[in-house]
Design a protein. Sequence first.
Length: 252
Amino acid sequence: MKVTTLGGYKEVQGGYSDPACTHVILTKQEYDKILQEKQRAEMDAGIAKSNADKAVTEAEKNAANTVQQARQEAKKEVAAIQGQLEQERAESAHQRALNANLLRIAKERANADRKLKPKKEHTGYVVVASGEKEYRYKDGYRKLQNVLLWEAVIQSPYTIDMPEAIVRKQITRDLLRKNEAGETLIGRLGINGYYPGNYESMVDDHQWCSEPEKYNIALEFYFQMNGRYGYWEVKFFHTRALKRIPNDLRLR
């Protein structure tokens, strides 16, 4: 249809595709049908939107629950690990205390056995011997050389019943640990350097042999069992003679 000059409507010849067409007149039934379809489409769209919103909300809720659950599980795992660490720390501290107590008792018994006084304060270490000994080694040119070194034997307070692995670590620590005055046990004997290797390695190490006359250097420690006295001993070469051995480091 098209609008006439008098304000009415007139059917156009070309129908809906006619350029003059300005209006489409429907019956009430047709219009109601369109309204129903529009309403149904709006309802479907509303339902779809509502379902989508619910799905998003549910997904967010599930995600939040998953994150919360993961956090709770992580907290439980962290708490469990911390509990284990604390337990292990407590057990380690307990074992260290027991070991320290056993070592203290062993030292006091050894001191009493060898009549070293004061029994509780004495280190338990005594010098058994220190003498000159010829040492053979190969120089940097693989030529065999001889050098006159000193060899010291120091007796520890630990009996030969104690395991080698424990004794080795403990004796090394005792000999090299500084006291309150900043002095080591072997330092009291005039040894002012320790090289954890053999003589040929030290000679090749320019940092150690630049001014050898200034130092009395102890080389790597060797351990032995003294079956006669029943104690572990440490033996090592050193580059110069010991100074006067203090009275408390002598076996009387």
